[in-house]
Write a protein that binds this ligand. Sequence first.
Ligand code: SF4
Ligand code: SF4
Length: 372
Amino acid sequence: MEYGQDLQGDKISLLGYGCMRMPLTDKNAAHIDERAAFELWDYAYAHGVNYYDTAWPYHAGNSETVLGKWLKTIDRTTVKVATKMPLWEIKKSKDADHIFDRQLKKTGTDYFDFYLAHALDADKYKTMTDCGVYDFLKQKKERGSIKRLGFSFHGEQKTFDKLLANFEWDFVQIQLNYIDWDFQNSKYYYGELVRRDIPVVVMEPVRGGLLAAPCKESTEIFKAAAPDKSAASWAMRYVASLPGVMTILSGMSAQSQLQDNLTTFDNFSPLSESERAVVQDALGAYVKFSAVPCTGCRYCMDCPAGVDIPKCFELFNAHKLGEKSLKFSVNSLSAKEFPSSCTVCKKCLPKCPQSINIPSELKKMSDIIDIM
Ligand code: SF4
Ligand code: SF4
């Protein structure tokens, strides 16, 4: 297993385990299939993955709990555990204290190796400062229950700049992949962190699975360059080749994904100049097809009108990428989950970390279905 670049000298696996998409026993996101999850974590651990990233809302609160059960089966000191403060739950300063205590109990540990203010944007920045959450977390760090303090980011550039200018951080988690390098301004965020010697934790390296099968043309470009390598491995190598990256989080929900990633990181080689050109070609092909850049995170849910937003975009993208006919795809939605149920209330808009204009994209989808 390749190690990431850590200025403090810790050996942190370049592949980190994102615990937000674990296998389920049924359709309910809270129902993690614990046996299957333990098998995946055991296998990853045995192959050198030592960074496990969870959060308060993942799997409706059960990711932290189930990960905590698994931690009891191994030597806690051999892994790095990361979790996050859900700032949207904070109404007064005491809330942070309560949540932090609950997280320690749920994970059955007495410290977090990495702790993040979760999904910071302008609103959460305000909560963090108004409710004294940064000072609270800094105090936890001084007392040893947080080893390193960071934030994950889903906001605008000026909030990012304020975060770096006004507070001290040991690491920062940003969305980084070969599409977002330009489309989500990741190039700027990454550049600022490297310039300040702040270790980078990468989230969404394959954009919620999208870059595992970007589109037919992109996949063919990758296959022509390396027939035995997956499209996901190109996406992982793209971010892993960047200096200053400490670990790359992958939400591996199946053994095949884990195996593919382990193959990439066990025999890691950075992208060469000619391989970079291959990624650029594949990106060009993807942009031409311009699928909706939804990662399937479901932060936009629940929709008051009942639209299953991520499912709609998944089906729409599958159609645009040539996998399915749209008419066939929409048959798997119930009537109220259908894109045309959208009342344009816009409640989902501020919740989407990808800044997707959800009602507008749903309208485009409805229009295509109507003329079919
Ligand atoms: S804008 Fe449409 S999709 Fe978004 S929450 Fe409102 S009804 Fe649901
Ligand atoms: S529309 Fe946005 S918030 Fe909703 S699942 Fe997709 S990326 Fe996540």
